[in-house]
Design a protein around this ligand. Sequence first.
Ligand code: NAG
Ligand code: NAG
Length: 414
Amino acid sequence: MAPALLILLGAAAILRADGTPDDVSLLPPVNFTIKVTGLAQVLLSWKPNPDQEGRGVQLGYHLRVHTPQDDDFELKYTGRRYEAALHRGFSASVRTILWERRPSPASRWVSAELSALPGSPGTSAVNLTCATNTAAGGHPDSRPYRVSLRCAWRAGEEAPADTQYFLYYRYGSRTEACREYGQDALKRNVACWFPATSIDGKGQDALAVRVSGSSPRAAIRPYDRLFALHEIDQVNPPGNVTAEMQGTRLSVRWEKPVSAFPGHCWDYEVKIYSRRRDYVQVENTTANKFNTTVSDTSRYCVVVRAAVSPTCRQQGLWSAWSQPVGTGQDEQKPWTEWLLIPLTASLCAAFVCSLSRRTGHVCTKLFPPVPGPKSDIGDLVATVNYEKGGSGETESEVISYVDEEPEVLEDLVF
Ligand SMILES: *[C@@H]1O[C@H](CO)[C@@H](O)[C@H](O)[C@H]1NC(C)=O
Ligand SMILES: *[C@@H]1O[C@H](CO)[C@@H](O)[C@H](O)[C@H]1NC(C)=O
């Protein structure tokens, strides 16, 4: 009996000693406001309730942003910046909590909201996509790399023919308006090109983009979108790829892509195709070279692509494949060798394409600008395909690789 009583007394003493009186009634914060501080950026701020009894407890705040999914934060401070698309409006709620107690009792919520940006339904730009790319910087005294940005969209279904769209981007604290537009058949801006931006080539911040618009006949509703840089960065392929055969040893070397990311930040994929159909080797490496022993003398084609490794940035996209390079001898048809020398790169690409069935579309990018008369190359490619036999389903795809296919964005007139 006595020990049980002691334990009960002890428990009561501990409850009192943890310093959070049960009778603190928490009052909600006051003067909660949402202020737009930039493109797709707001400052949420509030004040402690002046009637809140402190009594030595530390107050905190539970902030819930409705984006429209809930995004929750527990904060000691009375403000927070937040990035979100604002065209649909924005709302958030905050309540007082006890900082040192989890789970904490909480006050009632107070809420604030921004209304949707004005404009008629269906007039917004739709299908906005953007991509960044890094190039070596121009001047030695400027940044060593510059990041370009391309965006494209379509006019909203309800946008009048005389609508004009304008694009802005914000990265960090800097906002810029587009100056080079591409237009659709109705001369409405539907693409934008920034040859240089303030985007950091290794940046982790979100890129905010807004397409606003105007028309004498309707109010055009703006459209915002936040992009994660790793998802839209079109990484350059590795440079100076070389392949060399010594006996049966095939060595491939390359340089890291043009990028602000240093040499240790890269994953590579190497693909080796043999002129004989049965040989395709795919290897992943983080080094700048790859050596392998091949089983027979043949002509080999090699392509390499790159992606920023997850040690340096969140997993992103693979680059395009490098231009194919060829090496090795084809013993069986030595007399064709000299004839094909000027066309080696093209022929190499043709092999790569004819062998890469599932990724057939990749070959459009692979194919270098075709030197010499097109029809000759077309014949060669066709010949290569007829030899393939038995897999007729990809033939039409392969033959069409000869035509240069412009990038979607380049399609548009700038
Ligand atoms: C809340 O805002 C009102 C009106 O602007 C102001 O008078 C008041 O002092 C503010 N309260 C606090 C706690 O800052
Ligand atoms: C374009 O946007 C519309 C409306 O937002 C959507 O329904 C459609 O799937 C999009 N099309 C493409 C190709 O993304």
